[in-house]
Design a protein around this ligand. Structure first.
Ligand code: ATP
Length: 240
């Protein structure tokens, strides 16, 4: 079995994970090397604290310049349920990341027609940008079903977040060269949050305060039961 390297725990110094010399705990920007970009794709329906904590952990432990939160337009893995409209998922991502150094929301997957394939996203970046694809252990364990997964591995480094329910050791087999973020597994899922919001159970502190207010103000998951949203699809409800 392939083993997966674990990134060093937070020590105040962002550890280099590629052979290129870092020489400093503080990145100086692209003048001294390639831009290092984390790509964090997801449905983000809604974005929650595990996404945010993992994004910051990746920024720090992999010495990234930025993490792009990239809501998916049409995730082919999740075509069995109706998603909240993309513009609403984008707005929640924007609210949650606003004012956080190194966090950006990227709309390219929402704007692209057709299925969201990570390899197409990677090819939309300049060749001299170092790319890091961030994903949960659950997603990583099914990585070899991803469209052109070998090309994804060639073009990027995969950063894996531990997730309860998936043995991170199984990920080493599925994703060659993956690196495991050193963070506490957080038992939070968007499915559970949608369900809690729909049934009136408390979930306030599982999302950013602004996202909580947004969900409540727009009654976003009012009709949700068992994680399935019975309501407007992306096509039915357009951005104002
Ligand atoms: P859903 O419950 O609707 O399937 P989710 O909570 O898994 O959603 P996504 O937006 O689908 O959230 O996740 C985007 C990425 O974040 C995926 O790679 C997923 O594995 C990862 N992720 C989500 N929640 C966690 C978590 N609690 N711990 C680790 N990784 C997570």
């Amino acid at each position: 079995m392939d083993s997966m390297s674990i990134l060093p725990a937070s020590s105040g110094v962002a550890a280099p994970i590629s052979p290129e010399p870092s020489g400093s705990s503080c990145r100086q920007g692209p003048i001294l090397g390639n831009v290092r970009t984390g790509i964090f794709g997801g449905t983000f329906d809604p974005i929650h604290i595990a996404h945010l904590h993992a994004g910051e952990t990746a920024l720090f432990q992999a010495d990234l310049d930025r993490v792009l939160f990239m809501p998916a337009g049409d995730p082919w893995q999740k075509d069995d349920r109706v998603l909240t409209p993309a513009w609403r998922r984008l707005e929640m991502a924007q609210l949650a990341t606003m004012g956080v150094d190194g966090f950006e929301v990227d709309e390219r997957e929402v704007r692209r027609d057709g299925p969201t394939y990570t390899i197409d996203t990677l090819h939309s970046f300049p060749d001299d940008e170092d790319l890091f694809v961030i994903m949960g252990a659950d997603a990583a364990s099914g990585f070899r079903t991803w469209h052109r997964w070998e090309d994804i591995v060639d073009r990027s480094t995969i950063l894996v977040m531990p997730r309860p329910g998936t043995d991170p050791r199984s990920v080493g087999e599925a994703v060659p060269g993956a690196l495991l973020l050193d963070m506490a597994p957080l038992d939070v899922s968007a499915t559970a949050i949608r369900k809690m919001a729909g049934s009136g159970e408390p979930y306030r502190f599982l999302v950013h305060a602004s996202v909580y207010e947004y969900i409540e103000a727009n009654d976003l998951y009012a009709q949700t039961r068992s994680g399935d949203r019975v309501g407007a699809s992306y096509d039915q409800e357009e951005s104002p």
